[in-house]
Structures are given as C-alpha cells and as structure tokens.
Design a protein around this ligand. Sequence first.
Ligand SMILES: *[C@@H]1O[C@H](CO)[C@@H](O)[C@H](O)[C@H]1NC(C)=O
Ligand SMILES: *[C@@H]1O[C@H](CO)[C@@H](O)[C@H](O)[C@H]1NC(C)=O
Ligand SMILES: *[C@@H]1O[C@H](CO)[C@@H](O)[C@H](O)[C@H]1NC(C)=O
Ligand SMILES: *[C@@H]1O[C@H](CO)[C@@H](O)[C@H](O)[C@H]1NC(C)=O
Ligand SMILES: *[C@@H]1O[C@H](CO)[C@@H](O)[C@H](O)[C@H]1NC(C)=O
Ligand SMILES: *[C@@H]1O[C@H](CO)[C@@H](O)[C@H](O)[C@H]1NC(C)=O
Length: 464
Amino acid sequence: MRSVLSILALASPLLVQSAPVRRVANSTDVKIFQFAGALEQLANTFYEQALSKFQASDFLEAGYSDVSVPLQQIQAMWSNEATQLSVINSTLESLGASPITGCQFDLTDALANVSSMASAARVMENLGTSAYLGAVSMISDPSLLTAAASMMSVKARQQTVLNVLNQGSAVPQAFDIALNPSQVLAVAGSFISGCQMPFTANAALSVTNTAPAQPGTVLSFASAALNGSTSTTNFACQMLFGGAAFSISQPLNNCVVPSGINGPVAVFVTSDDQPIDANIREQNDNTLVAGPAMVFVDTMSDALAQAAKGSVSSSSNSTSSGSSSGSGSSTSNSTSSGTSASSDSAATSTAITVSSSALSSSVASASSTLASSSTVLSSSIASASAVTSSLISSASASTSVVATATASAASTAVASATDTQSSAVTTIISPSQASAILSVASAEAASATVTAGVASSAVASASA
Ligand SMILES: *[C@@H]1O[C@H](CO)[C@@H](O)[C@H](O)[C@H]1NC(C)=O
Ligand SMILES: *[C@@H]1O[C@H](CO)[C@@H](O)[C@H](O)[C@H]1NC(C)=O
Ligand SMILES: *[C@@H]1O[C@H](CO)[C@@H](O)[C@H](O)[C@H]1NC(C)=O
Ligand SMILES: *[C@@H]1O[C@H](CO)[C@@H](O)[C@H](O)[C@H]1NC(C)=O
Ligand SMILES: *[C@@H]1O[C@H](CO)[C@@H](O)[C@H](O)[C@H]1NC(C)=O
Ligand SMILES: *[C@@H]1O[C@H](CO)[C@@H](O)[C@H](O)[C@H]1NC(C)=O
C-alpha cells in the first residue's frame, strides 16, 4: 500500500523544480510542458463541464448498472487532471516560463450525451497516454522526464477505466502507441482554439463511418487535406496499434479493419504505401498527409465492462433482495424499484453538486502551491481507504481475509512492476529503449487498475 510519504517522494522532482533557485531550462522541455499543460486544461474543462451538465438520471439512462460506477471514476479523473494542471503550471513558473493562455474549448459534440462523453473521454485519455509516451524521448531533464512518466502512468489507468465504461477490453494491448506532439494535435486540435500551441498540428483526419469499426469494416475518411487538389490514387491508409513494429498499409480507397485487432488504432493517411515505423525516434513523416484519427476496435468486451452496464447475469441475480442495506455492494441500487431508483437519483444529483463545489474550492486552493496539491492527494488517499474499509467490513470475516490478501499481493506485484519500469527510465541509455520500456510501464499501470477492480469484486463477492 502506498503511504503519503511515497506520494510526496513521487512529487519531489517537481518540488525541487519549484525551489527559488532557477535552473536553465531546456527550451524543448518547456515547450513539452506548455503543450502538456494545454492538454490538461482541455481535460480539466471537459470533466468539469461533464459533471456540471449530466444528472444521475443521464448516467442511468446510458445503461450503467449504478450511477456511482461512472460517477466516482469521472470525479476521480477530474481531481487528477486538476492536480496535474496545477503542478504543471507551477513547474512552468519554476522554469521561468508561463502556461499557454487564452485557449477556448469546444466540447458541444463531445458532451452531447453521456455516451458521447464516455467515448470522447476514452479518446482523450488514450491520447494523453500516447502524448506523454511520444514526448518523453524529447525531454532532456531527468527530473522532468520522471514527472512526465508518472503522469503518463496515471493517464494509462484512466484510459483503462474508460475502456471499461465504453464496453471494451480493460487492457487490450501489451504496448501503447507513442504519438508526437503534431500527431496529438491532429486529434486534440479540433477541440481547441484561440491559443498559440508550441507545436504545429498535422492535418486532422476523421473517420466518417457511423457504425463502430469491426474487423472487415471499410473505413472512409474526411480531411481538409483530402480536397481533390492532389490525386489520391497512390495514397495509403496506415493503421498503427500497440506492439506492432510498423503500421498496416492499405490503399486509401480500400482501408479494411483487419481481424486480430482489439483496442485503439491510430489511423494515418500517407501519400505512398510505405508503412509507418512505430518507433517514434525512427519515424519519418515526410509522406504524412493527415492524421492520426483514433479508432477503437472493440472485438472483446470484458466481463468487467459488462458488469459496469449491469449485463452480467450472476452479479445482477445476487442482488435481488429488497432488504439489502446497500452499504457494501455497489450493484445493490441497480435492482431497486423505479421509485427508489428515482429518489436515489435525486440524492446522487445533490451529491454531484456538493462534491463538484467541494472539488472546485480544493482546486482553487491547490492552484498556487504544491503543498496544497499534496493535501488534495492525502485526502483522496484517505477517502480511498474509507471505501476499501467499507467493502472489507461488509464481507464475511474469514473469506474476506483470504480475498483481500490474494488481491493485495497481485496488486502490489503489478504496481511495483510499473514503478520499476518508471524508475528505469532515467538510467536508460537510449531514448528508443526508454520509449519501449515506458510503453510497457503504462500497460502495467493499466493492469494495476484491473487488479484493483478484481480486488474489489473478490471482496464484494466474499460477502455474498
Ligand atoms: C493553469 O494555467 C492556465 C493558463 O494560465 C489557467 O487557465 C489555469 O486556470 C491554471 N490552472 C491551475 C489549476 O492553476
Ligand atoms: C449522443 O450524441 C451523439 C453526438 O451528437 C449522437 O450521434 C448519438 O446518437 C447520441 N446518442 C444518444 C444515445 O442519444
Ligand atoms: C534540449 O534538449 C534536446 C534534447 O531533448 C537537445 O537536442 C537540445 O540540444 C537541448 N537544448 C539545449 C539548449 O540544451
Ligand atoms: C488541400 O490538400 C493539400 C494536401 O493534400 C494541402 O497541402 C492543401 O493545403 C489543402 N488545401 C486546403 C484549402 O485545405
Ligand atoms: C440469473 O437470472 C437469469 C434470468 O432470470 C437466469 O437465466 C440465470 O440462470 C440466473 N443466473 C444465476 C446464476 O442464478
Ligand atoms: C444507493 O442506495 C443507498 C441506500 O439506499 C444510498 O445511501 C446511496 O446513496 C445509493 N447510491 C447511489 C449511487 O444512488
């Protein structure tokens, strides 16, 4: 289990950076942190608007088994993004630089409804992971590199949660996709206007198919760069996914999703058919016309994801008793009658408002000092322990001890693999090796999320 001390140790590279004696900052490092800060502003605004727009009833209508399933996660993600933004702002200040200002975020389509919100959040967290992964090999200060890697592994966990909330595989691939800043902006740029980014964006690419992509789907595209000014006869579509050494290259006019893919795919358009090297250090994007577009090919839906939408029969059957106290089982509310569900909705809706304003004020007070960021972290640790204790206390004594011990051993093993890989980064010899190790590290971080989820359900089912 993580102590407050180890959390502070993790933040210490940034605390060092915040000391009054300024170091000479590398200008590329500054640009990367300014870029990361702008993406955090986007994410922060996204979750803030999502929480203020959607009511408990909207989450239930979207099919979640219990409003707290998506809501707890979205609130936690907002809190993480707000803390990261605050720390990035302070870090930039300590480097003698300023955050990017003046950005406007157009989230009208993304926040049209709970489904579009969950889907856009999934793209955003996936992109955040890929952005840090692509940026680390450009960062020269080892302390900043460690800080970036520690935010990347959190993005990877959030991506896992959103894979689950979107009915996909929690951890679909053993590697993540690295994207450079121009590639990230091809996707994120469509939400952002009014500010000057430190990197130019590739031409945006959108996939115009209305149905979700599946193996055999022929993808069709739209882009300002596909405007008839150049013949597209030799153009290719390039699909890059985690762990592949090169993209899969196919003619642009017959771009078929192959079988054997599960999870996120970055799709590019190039002017010839040479595959794109997945190694961000070796990638030559001279022939790049547009993209990427992020596409999720969900060929497997994990049991965990189905449980989030209440479609796993064994879990819904086990909660049919009307007299359940509701103190431990997260699915107990989903089986209540229409009347009690709607009174729960009203209660939760109040809870959303209350916790949003509590969070706003904690964000406000966190904005100027790292010390108050640590307070935010400590209190989230405290509330996480409270949730764990309530789960454990609801389980029957003997079985819960076994379940907790097993789950906790698994969780520790996965978490320490992530930490080992993260700390290996600063002693790595080449940037390519660093990128490869970090790509595994973020997949390990994602696994830690699942282990924690399994731990909770092991404890919950021990109570049945
Ligand atoms: C970080 O800086 C940006 C740009 O000045 C600002 O909009 C944002 O409110 C700041 N956020 C925090 C948490 O300090
Ligand atoms: C949610 O909004 C999107 C984007 O506007 C739309 O395509 C989709 O049909 C909506 N879904 C529901 C369930 O309303
Ligand atoms: C900044 O770091 C990059 C490597 O990330 C290096 O190529 C460049 O020379 C450094 N610039 C300065 C001014 O040290
Ligand atoms: C049309 O596409 C080409 C690349 O295919 C690009 O260079 C050009 O800027 C585009 N024109 C417009 C008006 O977007
Ligand atoms: C759960 O309920 C469904 C529908 O009533 C039934 O078909 C299924 O056998 C039940 N499962 C268990 C494990 O009781
Ligand atoms: C679930 O029901 C319990 C007891 O009725 C209530 O205290 C809790 O707020 C409900 N949770 C949600 C998320 O509706």
